[in-house]
Design a binder for this molecule. Structure first.
Ligand SMILES: Cc1cc2nc3c(=O)[nH]c(=O)nc-3n(C[C@H](O)[C@H](O)[C@H](O)COP(=O)(O)OP(=O)(O)OC[C@H]3O[C@@H](n4cnc5c(N)ncnc54)[C@H](O)[C@@H]3O)c2cc1C
Length: 433
């Protein structure tokens, strides 16, 4: 046992993306929260999200329609109750972000009223995606980070990896164990340290980095899934990895995504000879769910023996393209492509981990006091295939529902007094094996 943990807090949140930081901000008025981040605080998939967040904000749309589209995209493997739960709570959670200061794009109606501009993405039967131009994740992450950094009850430890969670007992069923904190790797001091907490939340994002070609940043290496599994938690649906159909094909741009909203605003997918192919695969053509589009691209690449297909929005007015996709337009120019004038070479790449750590409606795992929220978790929302813009939403809804549960339970949860010391021989054994 270690006499004194290196860090102590009420709730330890591993991960500083949309899931981790939205939870931290909801808990901080009441409890001391420590947030770990493997790289800089803003680095994670959230920062790179382009398209937006799905929620019903239009009177011609409905929660039932949002739920139905999600169920169809998930290929019959979604959990209907979870889907309804998230669709029902979407608007309130997006409103929470708006209240924190995230500026979603607005448009002026004919009657002069300004309303949120809702874009459309694959699988959605309505326009229901709120967005900040084509850099929604940046708007969300920078807002949450700046609020978390200035909150006196939130301590952020950057470049600090959680190595494993610490359990009250290594033997017995997971439900008989309680989490007591985590071992963390302090890169600056080059040693494993202990962090004691009354609850631990894994918000570590997905695992797409296990693939060579991915749209995800390096931190998306599945650490939370591995830690939960080692602690005895059930994991589910790990075979369902979503491939994004349109990643830029360029030797210097291994993971630059071309958002689905481009197709929502009219972009076509073309063969090298300039002919469209999506109408041959699905009646929704370019707006079919992304698994169908990714498979169609892959099919055509293999059939024709070519390296890529092409995404073309050059038939839209240049001002429209630049106004809706400013970040993508600028970035493509650095690679020598003009989005307003030419078709862009694209390939599918690993994008989203649909499965993960099994949790209940509040993000609780099989181990007492251990939660998992955001992309690391398996809630039942995505089934075999995530519908576009539902994942940031899942982060926010579970950030809220986990906070509700923690606020109920923490008053009865004592802080651990002592923690088992890190056993360095585990590492040495691996190195010598
Ligand atoms: C290019 C791109 C575009 C996308 N576009 C959209 C979109 O338009 N709409 C949408 O809904 N979704 C989109 N997604 C998916 C969405 O961005 C993610 O599912 C979501 O941001 C995940 O948030 P998160 O908080 O779960 O994890 P992340 O934002 O990935 O954050 C994970 C955090 O965990 C930390 N971490 C990981 N392991 C450890 C460890 N061992 N110790 C300490 N910290 C650790 C990381 O450092 C990071 O802080 C997109 C994803 C990508 C990659």
């Amino acid at each position: 046992m270690t006499p004194q943990p290196d860090y102590q807090c009420d709730v330890l949140i591993v991960g500083s993306g949309a899931a981790g930081l939205s939870l931290a901000l909801r808990l901080a008025p009441y409890y001391q929260v420590t947030v770990l981040s493997k790289a800089e605080v803003n680095e994670g998939s959230t920062l790179y999200a382009q398209g937006g967040i799905a929620a019903v904000f239009d009177e011609t749309d409905s929660i039932e329609s949002h739920a139905e589209d999600t169920l169809i995209a998930g290929a019959g493997l979604c959990d209907r109750d979870t889907v309804n739960f998230i669709a029902r709570n979407a608007r309130a959670c997006v409103q929470w972000l708006i209240d924190r200061g995230v500026a979603f794009d607005k448009e002026t109606q004919q009657n002069g009223e300004a309303r949120y501009h809702l874009t459309r993405e694959g699988g959605h039967s309505h326009r229901r995606i709120l967005h900040s131009a084509d850099a929604t994740g940046r708007a969300v992450e920078t807002t949450l980070v700046s609020q978390a950094l200035s909150h006196p009850n939130i301590r952020i430890l950057e470049r600090t990896n959680a190595v494993d969670v610490i359990l009250s007992d290594k033997i017995g069923l997971p439900g008989q164990r309680r989490v007591m904190g985590a071992w963390v790797w302090n890169r600056n001091r080059e040693r494993v340290e202990t962090c004691a907490a009354r609850a631990v939340v894994l918000a570590t994002g997905g695992a797409a980095k296990v693939y060579q070609y991915t749209t995800n940043p390096d931190v998306a290496s599945g650490d939370g899934i591995a830690m939960a599994w080692r602690a005895g938690c059930r994991v589910a649906n790990l075979e369902f990895n979503q491939f994004h159909p349109t990643c830029l094909f360029h030797p210097q741009a291994q993971n630059f995504l071309l958002t689905e909203a481009l197709r929502g605003e009219g972009a076509w997918l073309l063969r090298p000879d300039g002919t469209r192919f999506m109408p041959d695969f699905d009646e929704r053509a370019e707006l079919a769910p992304r698994d169908i589009v990714a498979r169609a691209i892959d099919h055509e690449m293999k059939r024709l023996g070519v390296d890529c297909m092409y995404l073309d929005i050059s038939h839209q007015p240049p001002d429209f393209v630049r106004a809706h996709f400013p970040m993508i337009y600028e970035k493509l120019l650095t690679f020598g492509f003009d989005l307003t004038r030419q078709a862009i070479p694209v390939v599918p790449a690993a994008h989203y981990t649909c499965g993960g750590v099994m949790v209940d409606r509040h993000g609780c795992t099989d181990v007492n006091g251990l939660y998992a929220i955001g992309e690391v978790s398996y809630t039942g929302l995505h089934g075999a295939n995530r519908m576009a813009s539902n994942s940031l939403l899942e982060c926010l809804v579970y950030g809220w529902s986990a906070a509700e549960d923690l606020l109920r339970r923490l008053p009865e949860t004592a802080a651990p007094q002592t923690l088992p010391a890190w056993d360095e021989s585990r590492v040495m054994m691996r190195m010598s094996a």
